[in-house]
Design a protein. Structure first.
Length: 254
């Protein structure tokens, strides 16, 4: 569903992403972790077509993000760290606008918007101006725009940043629901967050970036089998000066 092969991004002498490769299978939910400046957001911006790589290739749902960008982007629901909303628009008008941008057929737009509103708990505020909503509701609007075209792939960058504990729990439950089966198929999700319990609650697999490289890639259950917490694994992995060997699962165990 997602194939990243040898992705690199350089800005002069600065290497933001360094030869990163991984794949995410249909229905898999992957936690994409790393300290600030590790290259997570740059990698996600490459996968979503917002940033060209210096080297490498990215394929989304069978479509190369650079040679077939429109088809690849139609397959992605992307929520950046700052939701791309227009505060002067109503929730409903904004989602109708997004549905047009994402090529939802005209006859299906109203039902697509209604479905996104319902799934994200926005039906009661559909006619309210986005700028007048709480941060939690604005985050819900950001999620709604990411799913209004019913994409098979979701890429979420810090979806609960700045929310209070109740809002975090609500958004976390919503992401778990969105990652579930849809019409017999499950969405593929990459979730980037600094909240490790969020990863433990939602994700099946963890990828950790460190200094632009992929430092660890393993199933969460395997990483925690020896009794180590994800926080301990994260701290140990990001303290290393070199990339974890291919058998990251064994390396991560105490």
């Amino acid at each position: 569903m997602i194939e990243a092969s040898g992705l690199s991004k350089r800005y002069g002498d600065l290497i933001a992403v360094d030869d990163v490769s991984f794949s995410v299978q249909p229905g898999e939910v992957v936690g994409f972790l790393g300290p600030n400046g590790a290259g997570k957001t740059t990698t996600m911006r490459i996968l979503t077509g917002f940033l060209p790589p210096t080297d490498g290739r990215a394929v989304i749902d069978g479509h190369d993000i650079f040679s077939d960008p429109l088809a690849a982007r139609r397959a992605i629901g992307y929520l950046p760290e700052s939701p791309p909303v227009y505060p002067e628009m109503s929730v409903e008008a904004y989602l109708l606008y997004v549905s047009k941008l994402k090529d939802v057929p005209r006859r299906q737009r109203r039902s697509a918007v209604d479905r996104a509103l319902e799934r994200c708990g926005l039906t009661d505020v559909r006619r309210r101006v986005i700028g007048a909503l709480s941060k939690g509701f604005r985050q819900r609007v950001g999620l709604a725009q990411a799913i209004v075209h019913d994409p098979p792939v979701m890429i979420l960058d810090e979806p609960t940043v700045g929310l209070d504990p109740i809002q975090i729990r609500e958004i976390r439950a919503l992401i778990g629901e969105l990652a579930g089966a849809r019409e017999g198929k499950a969405r593929t999700v990459i979730l980037s967050t600094h909240i490790l319990p969020e990863v433990e609650a939602i994700c099946q697999r963890v990828i950790i970036m460190h200094r632009g490289k992929k430092a660890l890639d393993a199933p969460l259950v395997e990483l925690q089998r020896g009794g180590a917490s994800l926080e301990e694994i994260f701290a140990r992995t990001t303290a290393r000066e070199v990339v974890v060997p291919a058998d990251a699962t064994q390396e991560a165990r105490p």
